[in-house]
Every structure is written in C-alpha cells, then in structure tokens.
Design a binder for this molecule. Structure first.
Ligand code: ZN
Ligand code: ZN
Length: 147
C-alpha cells in the first residue's frame, strides 16, 4: 500500500432501490482492479474496480444479504448485496477480516477520485477488457499484499 493512495473519503450512497445505504468515512487503504473469475461473474464484466477500507470505516443502514464462497486463494469470500434490487454492496475475505472491499461503481457520481494502482488476477484478464498498459499486473495477489 503506497502512502499517496491514502486519503480520507466521506461517502454516502444508496443501492438502486434505496433499501440499503452505505456510508464510508476514513482512509482508502488500497485501490485495485481484480480480474478473477469470481469478480467477472459477480460484476457481469471483465473485472471489478475495488476500493479497500477498514471495516470500521464502513457503515451499513438497512438489511443486506450475503453469499459466501471459497475464493481462488482458498479463503472464504463473502459478497453482500441488497436483497431487494441485487445491487452489490461490499465484500470481505476471511484472509483479511478487518478490511472491506467496496465496488467503486456503488458510488456512481462521486467516484472520480478512484485511481487503481494494480491489476490482480491478471492471469484471467481477457484481451477485450482493456486496462491501462501502465498498470502493474499481478498473476494472482500482489506479493505480500492485501487482500
Ligand atoms: Zn436495493
Ligand atoms: Zn476478484
């Protein structure tokens, strides 16, 4: 995690139907893209764009539902979503229980600050999913990095 990536956000946004609202207040710990197969399925696209914050920075108002499944690392990855409209809310991994992974598109209209610094699970990135050439690629996780 690079120091320039750390800045404080103060965000509040609803899901598509408004049943669940997320608030985020605190430092952004990391910003990345992930092209793992699970992220492809869950986003319906070639990769996920993710901002990582501490669990205590995230507030959830309303009732979310969740689905847990083994991730490619063998850890348990739990995705939370709105049970009414299906909007993805956030994810968490048993590898890093103190962190929350936010799908940056949730904050549509207030996410221009997003600046990913790496692509993880580049091994399953597809050629049609164009990602900036300068972005460092990691075949799976970044060495010694989170999540
Ligand atoms: Zn909803
Ligand atoms: Zn992924």
């Amino acid at each position: 995690m690079n120091a320039p990536d750390r800045f404080i956000v103060d965000l509040k946004a609803p899901c598509a139907c408004g049943a669940v609202e997320l608030t985020v207040h605190g430092p952004v710990l990391s910003m990345l893209m992930c092209a793992c197969l699970d992220c492809q399925r869950s986003t319906g696209s070639g990769h996920a764009d993710v901002a990582i914050v501490a669990a205590e920075s995230l507030g959830v108002v309303g009732q979310a539902k969740s689905f847990a499944r083994p991730s490619e690392s063998g850890a348990q990855f739990t995705r939370h979503f709105c049970p009414r409209c299906g909007t993805p809310l956030y994810g968490q991994s048993s590898r890093a229980p103190a962190l929350r992974m936010l799908p940056i598109g949730f904050f549509a209209g207030q996410n221009s600050w997003f600046s990913p610094n790496q692509l993880i699970f580049a091994r399953s990135q597809q050629e049609w999913d164009l990602i900036a050439d300068h972005l460092p690629r990691h075949q799976t996780y970044r060495e010694g990095g989170q999540p």
